[in-house]
Design a protein around this ligand. Structure first.
Ligand code: DX5
Ligand code: ZN
Length: 246
């Protein structure tokens, strides 16, 4: 199965740069995954799937078979966040499983360029992710090549950690560079995003808010998703106001 057909119907640039919520299922009740996804579908444009190999990060989590099980349950964009060494080795089977967007860590590859090309060759959209310790400028040579730049605001591996505010100036720097070049690259923040801090991330220039515990550990998951989506889609104050409909 090739993703190219899907994107012929849902072109990537149509929504790039517009605010979106990505629900990260890492802290959902995975025994009832389809239900957990349905709950947030009215508000989440993207379902974020954390894939971990026990080596790049200590935990092992959510691989290809998981994506394949999830695919028929939702028509939302499935975004794989690969926290694995040698991510290219999995692109083909992840694309076949129905993944739409694949992000890999800059720290996991010697040269991102071949990995980006390989991801695209499978029909997926491609993204680069940076840990907090990696200078944000490390992604600048590849901005023209990618659809998505994801900036970690925690140490990858676990949900439920607190957002590190060092991410804000990093988002600002990325936003400035993306805008300066007139690109439609999405800038995502991943880790510790909650209703209380989401506006700050959007103000800094993030267009995609990833949230796991902020949704799935909230007392009211649907309300948390709604509130986060509202913040994401409302965007920055300097941007023209959206019509507020979803
Ligand atoms: C952690 C993952 C995150 C995680 C976020 O390595 O990349 O996507 O699910 O969890 P919260 O939103 O709880 O910090
Ligand atoms: Zn993630």
């Amino acid at each position: 199965r090739r993703r190219a057909d899907r994107w012929a119907r849902r072109p990537p640039l149509e929504s790039a740069g517009m605010g979106k919520l990505a629900a990260s299922i890492l802290s959902a009740d995975l025994a009832h995954l389809a239900d957990e996804v349905k709950l947030v579908e009215p508000y989440a444009d993207i379902i974020h799937v954390d894939i971990m190999d026990g080596h790049f990060v200590p935990p092992i989590a959510l691989g290809t078979v998981f994506v394949a099980s999830l695919r028929p349950c939702t028509d939302r964009v499935l975004h794989g966040h690969l926290m694995v060494d040698a991510p290219e080795a999995s692109f083909e089977e992840l694309a076949d499983a129905g993944l739409d967007v694949v992000s890999f860590h800059h720290e996991a590859v010697g040269d991102p360029e071949p990995a980006i090309a390989k991801a695209r060759a499978t029909g997926m959209r491609a993204g680069v992710t940076l840990n907090l310790e990696t200078p944000v400028e490390a992604a600048f040579p590849y901005l023209e090549e990618i659809d998505d730049l994801m900036l970690m605001s925690i140490h990858p591996g676990w949900s439920g950690q607190e957002l590190n505010p060092d991410v804000y100036p990093r988002i600002e720097a990325a936003r400035e560079e993306v805008d300066r070049r007139g690109l439609a690259v999405d800038i995502e923040i991943d880790g510790g995003v909650k209703v209380e801090n989401a506006q700050r991330a959007v103000d800094a220039g993030a267009t995609v808010l990833v949230s796991a515990s902020g949704i799935y550990q909230a007392p009211d998951k649907v309300e948390a998703a709604r509130a986060l989506a509202e913040i994401a889609t409302r965007g920055r104050p300097t941007q023209p106001a959206s019509d507020g409909t979803r």
